[in-house]
Design a protein around this ligand. Structure first.
Ligand code: BMP
Length: 216
């Protein structure tokens, strides 16, 4: 089964993180790690998990092109699958990341799932999608808890993969996000706080498979 789940393991205790990762890694598409984990465990956690998983570094890089280049050089040593960047500093910054990424895929945030994003970032998602669609960019982050925005982005995505957080605790539903245009759903707390993470992952994989089969 091809999983559509990106497990957001926002766990800061190294032993708990590794134990959880061992339980679910074979049944998810990728593992996403964010600043709390890297600040707690050190950046070698990226290469360690990358040996057996696709690892997406959710660093939301958002700086001038030269600083972005320096950040990317550090990340490259750890060989993750992908990194996440913000679009708002402008496409010169995104182009610097692309130039310095080597084999690492770039995913750009087009719209966020938190309520406050509706003021500054989210009104700009169509322009962000237009700017990133034609570049050498692998995916866009679009909240899965805003179905109208998700539908609109997925209509204009070209070859981009849509990654949707905002699932579970933030209100979005895995099946509804996939049926409305997400390629992958990002799930954090609902997964890592679950009493049985393997069962939780298996159930979502199955629900999505059934929903897609019914849609055909
Ligand atoms: P949770 O399922 O626990 O809400 O976690 C979602 C994860 O996705 C967190 O790591 C968060 O930083 C990230 N995220 C998000 O929730 N909304 C966005 O718009 C972009 C994100 O990267």
């Amino acid at each position: 089964m091809k999983s559509r789940i990106v497990a957001s393991l926002d766990v800061t205790d190294r032993n708990s993180l590794i134990a959880l990762w061992e339980r679910i890694r074979k049944n998810v598409f990728a593992i996403k790690i964010n600043w709390p984990t890297v600040l707690a465990c050190g950046k070698s956690i990226i290469s360690e998990l990358s040996k057996e998983s696709r690892v997406i570094c959710d660093f939301k890089i958002a700086d001038i092109p030269n600083t972005d280049k320096l950040i990317m050089e550090q990340i490259r040593n750890e060989k993750p699958f992908a990194v996440i960047a913000q679009a708002f500093p402008g496409m010169d910054s995104i182009d610097s990341l692309i130039e310095n990424a080597g084999e690492i895929k770039i995913i750009v945030v087009a719209a966020m799932s938190n309520p406050g994003a509706s003021k500054y970032l989210n009104p700009n998602f169509p322009r962000i999608m237009d700017d990133i669609r034609e570049r050498n960019i692998y995916g866009a982050v679009v909240g899965g808890n805003n179905i109208d925005m998700l539908r609109e982005t997925s209509r204009n995505k070209g070859n981009l993969k849509i990654f949707s957080p905002g699932i579970g605790v933030q209100g979005g539903s895995p099946v509804s996000a996939i049926l409305n245009g997400s390629d992958y759903i990002i799930i954090g707390r609902s997964l890592y706080n679950s009493s049985n993470p393997e069962e939780y992952v298996d159930k979502i994989n199955l629900d999505i498979e059934n929903a897609l089969a019914t849609k055909k």
